[in-house]
Write a protein that binds this ligand. Sequence first.
Ligand SMILES: NC(=O)c1ccc[n+]([C@@H]2O[C@H](COP(=O)([O-])OP(=O)(O)OC[C@H]3O[C@@H](n4cnc5c(N)ncnc54)[C@H](OP(=O)(O)O)[C@@H]3O)[C@@H](O)[C@H]2O)c1
Length: 247
Amino acid sequence: MGRLDGKAALVTGASRGIGRAIAVELAREGAKVAVNYQSSDAKAQAVVDEISKLGGTAILAKANLADRESARAMVKNVAEELGGLDILVNNAGITRDRSLRKMTDEQWEEVIGTNLNGYFYTTSAAIPIMTEGNFGRIVNISSMNGQIGAFGQANYSASKGGIIAFTKTAALELAPTGITVNTVSPGFTETDMFAEVPEKVQESIKKRIPMGRFGQPAEIAKAVSFLITDGDYITGQQINVNGGAYM
Ligand SMILES: NC(=O)c1ccc[n+]([C@@H]2O[C@H](COP(=O)([O-])OP(=O)(O)OC[C@H]3O[C@@H](n4cnc5c(N)ncnc54)[C@H](OP(=O)(O)O)[C@@H]3O)[C@@H](O)[C@H]2O)c1
């Protein structure tokens, strides 16, 4: 018996990287999982297949989260297909790095649109469904760089700092309804997103991590899963999973 048997979960940005690891981890605990993504059809299908092989249930949930109608319609469809929605993990995120002096409006808006607006669209669509069931677990993926800032990431760090503040207000407002809302902030984690960082920069970053290595997606997924399976009295909190890179 899994600890999430019978629960329905939506993980955004689950075709790759951290989202993929979260989707698989929740499925291992018994949850039925909707795998959201934007364009990687084959990769998302591979996640669904992996979960099916584990004996779990998973469905595809393609939608561009920066588009409010498609994000909200996706949440509604997922709840219909899975017979409710108990767990929402807002994870999808993008970077469009450039120094603040050179950053274009498009680069700013694209990152805020996906990383911050997208979290609002899915969460606001999930709240009435979760409230009806008197239960909900929402975990928002932020970032270490949302707390300390990062060169070339004014857009990204603003979106990630915003997620932490958003989480606290959502937790406050939803506490009486049985819905908890928390943030997990990864440090540097080995995914496609981090692969975009030049190797030389990666090496200098590694030297600044007390544990001396980058994180793995599965290590972020464990923290998310803990909040969902064992975090009944935890809400409005922010958990860093970063090898000690920011304390
Ligand atoms: N990797 C790190 O070092 C690190 C550190 C701190 C925080 N984080 C955060 O962790 C989360 C996951 O990062 P990652 O490294 O796993 O990223 P990743 O490997 O680049 O994967 C990004 C995922 O988000 C999806 N996505 C992007 N834009 C979307 C949109 N508009 N609508 C729907 N889905 C969209 C992608 O779908 P497609 O495959 O279809 O494009 C993909 O599934 C992000 O929020 C990121 O900011 C990562």
